[in-house]
Structures are given as C-alpha cells and as structure tokens.
Design a protein around this ligand. Structure first.
Ligand SMILES: NC(=O)c1ccc[n+]([C@@H]2O[C@H](COP(=O)([O-])OP(=O)(O)OC[C@H]3O[C@@H](n4cnc5c(N)ncnc54)[C@H](O)[C@@H]3O)[C@@H](O)[C@H]2O)c1
Length: 282
C-alpha cells in the first residue's frame, strides 16, 4: 500500500511530535486539532524542533524548510482527512472521546486509510469495533519526546489486518523508529510498567520516604534511569498518567489504584510541564 499523506489528530505533546516525525520522513502531513490555539502552539513547537535540528547540524537548512512546507494545519476534521492514506490519532486519553472521533473518521476518511491510535493504554479492540472494517485499525504507541525516543510499540487489536500492521511498521521505520509488536492488553508492555513505577513513587512521596528530588536522584544515579519518575510524569502530563492508571486499575486490579497524592495534584491543576507546574515548578 502506498502511503503519501498522513493525518495526525490532536496537536498536543504527542501530536505535534508525531507530525514533526511525519514531515521529516517525507510525508505530506495534516495536523488537526479542534482548538485553534492548540494547533498554533503545536505548529510553533514543530518549527522550533526543526530549527534546533538545523542549529545542531543534524538537519540541512533546505531539508528543514522542505519538511515544514509539507505541514498543513486544520481545525476541520473533514479537510484534514479528505486525501489521507494514514491517520494517527493522538487526542486525549478518554475512551468516549476516541470512540466518537473514530465514528467521525468512519464517515469522513477514505475507506483505504489505515487508522492508528497513539493511546498509551486503552483497548484498541474496543476502538476498532466502532469501524465498519475493524481490520484497518492498530495501535501505534510513540514515546515522549517523539524526536528523541527510538521506540514505537505496535499493538495488534483482535481484528487488526496483517496489511494494517505492515503499514504501521512501514511508517514507523520511515520515521526512523524501532518497533516491538504486542497484543492488545491493558497498558501494553511499556505503560503497564511505567505507570506502576510512577504510581509507587507518588505513594513513597506521600509516605514521606524521601523528597521528590531525592527519589528522582535515587532512580537516576542508583538504578540508571535516564529520568526520575517525577521528572518523567511532569513531561508526560499528570492528567494523562492518571487516566492510564484509572484504566489499568479497572482492567488489571488493585495494584494499579492511583495514589491519592497524584489525584490531588491533578485536582489542583498541577498537570506538569505543559501548564508550567506539576510535581516541580517550571
Ligand atoms: N504524554 C505522553 O507522554 C504520551 C506518551 C505516549 C502516548 N500518549 C497518548 O497520546 C494521546 C495524546 O496525549 P498528549 O499527552 O499528547 O495529550 P495533550 O493533552 O498534550 O494533547 C491533546 C490534544 O488533543 C486536542 N483534542 C481534544 N479533543 C480533541 C478532539 N476531539 N479531536 C482532536 N483533538 C482534540 C487538545 O486540544 C490537545 O491539543 C493520549 O492517548 C495519550 O495517552 C501520551
């Protein structure tokens, strides 16, 4: 299957990063968000990453300029998917919202287009069930920040077609990523473990085991983690992490119960770097 045009849905932390990877890989790309300010911010972040690549000598001037020319933005979903071959959904981690989006895509996108979801944890099989051809959907789980992280976790839903999985693999490879293939199960391989470590860190902070800074330092210097769990959750977004934990708790049981201190942070609006404050202040 020839893939020339990619549409990314949601211009947030992940969506803008995925759109950047798509234009650098040579795809004509539409970035869609229902919020115009979010779209503007996402576009500015893409331009900044391209500029940084040029400054560091990793990207040639002309290649950066050509990549940016491949980027279009839209607040109209129909316009964003009209001519698309491959859709990557990176809207918030809420199942109802994703199901509604998929129902809209069913009406608006060409029938041949593959639909990939960047969900960190939710059921791809449940999402696919909204579609007339459930085989066209699979999981394509990127990592944050997309331009630095090498992995894409490909998730096979119950009815994902082999052709769909091959297309997801081909797009990931063209973006310069390594892949692993996992079966559709709550939290896949990565989010399941990561959410567990991050939640445990909040329980430790709540119990006064150590300060956030010292827990982060302990995991970095003692266990060789590249980032501490609080630095990481501030990057991921505490609301996104809480949504993942709530789903894992429901699906896998008590050991994933979200720590009350994490819930409090979200209620206080401390959502992480994206709002300037999370566990730390920015
Ligand atoms: N944050 C991470 O580190 C991370 C890592 C891997 C996967 N993910 C997954 O990626 C997805 C997006 O997460 P994020 O962190 O980028 O979220 P985010 O909150 O940064 O961005 C979400 C964007 O979606 C937009 N949006 C809201 N409703 C929409 C709709 N109906 N249609 C289109 N756009 C809509 C918002 O305006 C916002 O710009 C989630 O499924 C999340 O689980 C996140």
């Amino acid at each position: 299957m020839d893939i020339n045009h990619v549409t990314v849905i949601g211009a947030g932390i992940m969506g803008h990063g995925i759109a950047h990877a798509a234009i650098m890989a040579g795809y004509d790309t539409h970035l869609y968000d229902l919020s115009a300010p979010a779209l503007e911010k996402g576009k500015a972040q893409i331009e900044a990453v391209v500029r940084k690549g040029i400054e560091l000598g990793k990207v040639q001037d002309a290649d950066g300029a050509a990549a940016l020319k491949r980027l279009k933005t839209a607040t109209d979903l129909g316009a964003a998917v009209k001519h698309t071959d491959f859709i990557i959904e990176a809207a918030p981690e809420k199942i109802d919202l994703k199901l509604k989006l998929l129902a809209d895509l069913e009406k608006l996108a060409p029938q041949h287009a593959v639909i990939a979801s960047n969900t960190s944890s939710l059921s791809l099989t449940e999402m696919a069930a909204v579609l007339a051809k459930p085989g066209r959907l699979a999981g394509m789980h990127f990592f944050n920040p997309v331009h630095k992280m090498k992995l894409v976790e490909i998730v096979r839903a119950l009815e994902s077609a082999e052709e769909t999985l091959r297309a997801v693999e081909a797009v990931a490879r063209k973006m310069g990523k390594e892949t692993v293939l996992v079966r559709d199960s709550a939290g896949f391989a990565t989010s399941r473990i990561n959410a567990m470590i991050g939640n445990e860190a909040f329980f430790m902070l709540q119990e006064g085991v150590a300060s956030a800074r010292d827990i982060d330092k302990a995991l970095k210097l003692g266990l060789n983690h590249p980032m501490g769990p609080f630095e990481l959750v501030d990057l991921v977004g505490l609301d996104t992490r809480l949504s993942v934990l709530e789903f894992l708790h429901k699906s896998l049981g008590e050991k994933y119960r979200p720590c009350p201190l994490l819930v409090q942070h979200v209620k206080a609006g401390r959502l992480g770097r994206k709002v300037g404050k999370g566990v730390y202040e920015y």
